[in-house]
Design a protein. Structure first.
Length: 298
């Protein structure tokens, strides 16, 4: 009988204690979504073990189907063109920063399980005035059906965190928010100075709203600094890019739990003037991992 009790005591941690998983939030617009080509990936970024991703369905403001998704093993194809109906994921031929981020963050936390939650939509702004046909992240924007990109983001979080066994191994998982990665700003830099001058305030409010949604007021935030390819007839793609860049730097300076990735200034661009080439996204993910790690252990 004594041996039987010892046996059950050994089993209790395995079956009843949740396994803790570090989860990182990836959000923003097109350069967070990702325009790298899977065919350009090195072998060490083509497959992952025990790293999982939940990517919320990306839809315009007002659409009722935003944020649905399904947990899956991380692999190439979560870039632009990715689709999901919540029951199955349709991978694309593109990738974003998630692959190199996952590889590097796992190297930095070798003993931790890692998961990613991603919601990004191309062209989106924070400012509702700049949303155009893409959408905005302003939580106070109440357009069609009262749904903004922030609402889609919240739905993504809700759906992802509702799953208690993301890897399907029969053990309860406890997802521990460890950082927010934010790559956005081009949408707000595409208009006039009035819109760009509001970016700091909008960014500060939004990041704190995301922290509150994750119940962690001091959650690390890493901002990807926007850059300009200069590849248009004016030699400047974002008319008020410098103002948004200034706002991003100011946010990081004022927030002790925030950092900025500045390597974007040296990236080459792909087939258009807005999106980095494959090498850029690979470097970007690695740098995001380095910065969020520094904030976590600070």
């Amino acid at each position: 009988m004594k041996n039987l009790k010892i046996f059950f005591l050994i089993l209790i941690p395995t079956f009843f204690y949740p396994q803790k998983i570090r989860v990182f939030i990836l959000a923003g617009q097109s350069n967070m979504n990702g325009f790298g080509y899977n065919k350009d990936l090195p072998n060490d970024l083509k497959s992952f073990k025990e790293i999982y991703i939940f990517q919320g369905n990306s839809v315009p403001d007002g659409d009722l189907n935003g944020g649905t998704g399904k947990w899956d093993v991380l692999k190439p194809g979560n870039g632009t063109g990715f689709k999901t109906n919540g029951k199955s994921n349709q991978l694309s031929d593109r990738f974003g920063l998630e692959l190199s981020f996952a590889k590097r963050i796992k190297e930095l936390f070798p003993n931790d399980k890692i998961a990613l939650i991603k919601y990004a939509r191309e062209g989106t702004s924070i400012d509702s005035v700049a949303r155009g046909g893409f959408g905005c992240w302003d939580a106070d924007f109440h357009g069609t059906n009262g749904i903004s990109q922030y609402d889609n983001f919240l739905k993504t979080l809700k759906n992802a965190l509702a799953e208690t066994d993301i890897d399907g191994d029969g053990k309860i998982d406890e997802l521990l928010p460890s950082g927010i990665l934010w790559m956005q700003g081009e949408g707000d830099a595409s208009h006039d100075e009035e819109i760009a001058s509001r970016y700091y305030g909008h960014l500060k409010v939004l990041m704190n709203q995301m922290r509150a949604a994750l119940l962690t007021d001091d959650l690390p935030v890493v901002i990807g600094k926007i850059s300009d390819s200069g590849k248009n007839e004016k030699g400047k793609v974002w008319p008020t890019g410098e103002l948004v860049q200034y706002a991003q730097e100011k946010f990081v300076k004022d927030d002790k739990r925030a950092a900025v990735v500045r390597s974007t200034i040296r990236y080459n661009y792909g087939n258009d003037p807005w999106h980095y080439d494959s090498a850029g996204y690979i470097d970007l993910g690695k740098n995001f991992a380095e910065e969020v790690f520094r904030l976590i252990i600070k």
